[in-house]
Write a protein that binds this ligand. Structure first.
Ligand code: 13P
Length: 120
């Protein structure tokens, strides 16, 4: 795995930050791409990480990650979705997860699955 996408809905951002902190060694060497707010929060918490922050998810960031998947530029996606809140950009969320399934890249929607992807 060379490149990894990291995304979390607001309620799940603390979980993603915590998970990344636990796996800094494993993911530090990867090309990291994130939606805007997720990426900024990651870089604030872990200045040693180099993360390419795309647009915020609701403003097109999910679609940018989807395009990367379609172009074969993203090897895996960690996307901690919020199962308890409606999202105004639900269609974008669905499109992103759909492309991850279609192009058969590893996709983790929660922490337990992310552990499997990272190999723990
Ligand atoms: O909404 C998101 C994914 O659907 C995440 O976007 P942000 O990282 O910009 O909050």
């Amino acid at each position: 795995m060379k490149s990894l996408g990291l995304v979390a809905h607001d309620a799940c951002k603390p979980v993603l930050l915590d998970w990344v902190g636990e796996h800094l060694e494993q993911i530090g060497g990867l090309e990291l791409y994130a939606t805007g707010t997720t990426g900024r929060r990651l870089m604030e918490a872990y200045p040693e990480l180099k993360v390419t922050a795309l647009k915020s998810g609701p403003l097109g960031g999910d679609q940018q990650l989807g395009a990367m998947i379609a172009e074969g530029r993203l090897d895996a996606l960690i996307f901690f979705t919020d199962p308890l809140s409606p999202q105004p950009h639900d269609v974008d969320v669905k499109a992103l997860t759909r492309l991850a399934v279609l192009y058969d890249i590893p996709l983790a929607l929660n922490r337990a699955s992310a552990e499997v992807i990272i190999g723990r």
